[in-house]
Design a protein around this ligand. Sequence first.
Ligand code: ATP
Ligand code: PRP
Length: 231
Amino acid sequence: MTLKLAVPSKGRMMEQCAEWFAARGVTLTRTGAEREYSGAVEGAEGVDLVLLSAGEIPRELAAGRVHLGVTGTDLVRETLARWESRVEPLAGLGFGQADLVIAVPDAWVDVETLDDLDMVAADFRAAHGHRLRIATKYHRLVREFLREHGVADYRLVDSQGATEGTVRNLTAEAIADITSTGETLRANHLKVLADGLVLKSEATLYRARNAPLEPADDRAMAGLLDTLGVG
Ligand SMILES: Nc1ncnc2c1ncn2[C@@H]1O[C@H](COP(=O)(O)OP(=O)(O)OP(=O)(O)O)[C@@H](O)[C@H]1O
Ligand SMILES: O=P(O)(O)OC[C@H]1O[C@H](OP(=O)(O)OP(=O)(O)O)[C@H](O)[C@@H]1O
C-alpha cells in the first residue's frame, strides 16, 4: 500500500491545511472535478492524498487505512478510545484552535461553576421528574469530564450541529460544544462555566501507529516528515 496522507476535504480546516503544507514546500491539490474527492501531493515522493471529512480521519488512521492525517484533537479524542495507542501526534499546526466547553443559560445567575451545575441538576430532577439535559456531539469527552468532576445527575442529548440553539428550542438545558470567538454562545444567551473547559483543540498532524508500511513507503514517510520539518 502506498503512503497515504488524509486531509480534510472541506470546511474550515481544508484551506488552512493546504496553506500549512504549501508553506513547507508541499502542494496539496484536488484533482478531477471540483466535487471529486481525489487529490495529488507535489513536493514529496510516493505520497497519495486522501480527502476525507475531518470527522472520519481519526477512524481511518486507527484502522490503518491511512498512515498520516490532519484533523482536530477534539475529533481524535472523541472518536478513539485509548487514542494514544492508536495514533501519535506529530505536530500542532497552529490553526483550528477551539475550546470544548460546558455552557449554561446567561439567565442562570447562580450557576457559575460545575459544583453549581451539580446542585441545579439535583434540584432540576426533583422539580421536573427527569434529568437536566446537556446537548452535545462530544459524548465520550463530556461524560469523562463530568465524571471526573463529580457531576452525575444529567442526561446527554445528541446534537450534531447548531447545538447552541437547543436551549432556546427547549430540547436541552445546557450544552457542551466547541467555541472559538464566543460569538455563537453570546448570540444564544449562553455562558461558559468558570471551570467548564473540557479540552483545548487544535488541528494536528497524526501518524497511525498500526498502519503497516513497505520499506519504500517508510522512506517516503521519512522524506515527507523531513520536508515538513516534523517527526
Ligand atoms: N469555530 C471554530 N473555530 C475553529 N475551529 C473549529 C471551530 N468549530 C469547529 N472547529 C474545529 O474544526 C474541526 C472540524 O469541525 P467539524 O467536525 O464541525 O467539521 P466541519 O468543519 O463541519 O467539516 P465536516 O462536516 O467535513 O466534518 C474540529 O476539529 C473542530 O474542533
Ligand atoms: O465561538 P464561535 O467563533 O462563534 O464558533 C463556534 C461555533 O463554530 C462551530 O460551529 P460550525 O460553524 O462548525 O457549525 P455547526 O453548528 O454545524 O457545528 C461550533 O460548533 C460553534 O457553533
